[in-house]
Design a protein around this ligand. Sequence first.
Ligand code: SF4
Ligand code: SF4
Length: 307
Amino acid sequence: MRSEIKQKLLKFNTFRRIVQFLSFIFFSAMVFNLGSLPLLFPVLWTWGIEPNTVGDAFTALQFMLYNVVFPWLAIASFLIVGVLVGKSFCGWVCPFGFVQDLISFIKRKKMEISPRTHESMVYVKYAVLGITLFVSVTFSVSKLMGSSRGYESALGIFAKAPFTALSPAETLFATLPKMILGLRNSVLEVPFLEVLSGIADVPLLFWFQLAIMVAVLVFSAYVPRGWCKYFCPHGAIMAILNKFSFLGLRRDLVKCAKGECRLCVEACPMNVRILDLPWEKFSDMECIYCMKCVDVCPNKAIKLKYP
Ligand code: SF4
Ligand code: SF4
């Protein structure tokens, strides 16, 4: 029994959960009034709470383009993290990734996604990235040329941050808590019936944002890291950079029981085809370095490789 507990504690994933939890606290540190830090991270967070301890690089990129500023800070954040540690921030730091990991505990039986569907669905996130960049860049150019007024009114709330306006993380971490807090305050101040009639005045956009957030969270309960694999534009950028990262994994051919066991492949939340990748070093575009494959291998055949 004691050795079982010891073995569990020594797993990478026990340590990863602790790091994810501490990162989540750090991101929400405005609760402890830590103030803002001049840091941008390539993870899905929110800009809707003040003061924000750290910023999310993709929202910063959209804001900078809106203000006609070259987004070098956001690009630097993606490049530095991507090259040094690949997509590991998705596995260890991202607050929305953490929420998905917690949610996936609810539903033990997962939905089977066929390899073919998976292979096609992974491209959806590049479409989300492409549409966002298209809107932000064209808006920036039109503003630079002094002809943005009509475009801005046509885009409405999507002019400033086309992706973040509908991001499930923005709704979960900022819009919804603010709404609940506002409702709670009104319940204390005005009669209940008036509060109910106030709900009817909530903008349609909020219900749309809420529907997206709920759909994403339910999907993630059935499909591990469903949002990350298929829809997240941060994940799309980091997937490209993962190819050029110093970080990778190595599978020892002598220790690996390949044909007899596929435990690592089954444990992988990102559907990485570990056994088909080069054994010397692999850094698949989708790998978030969650280390589940390392923990599950009974022969200790998979290890980190750096550089
Ligand atoms: S892919 Fe997932 S873990 Fe990575 S930034 Fe997006 S939500 Fe976060
Ligand atoms: S290959 Fe291993 S480390 Fe990478 S995502 Fe899959 S289980 Fe996690």
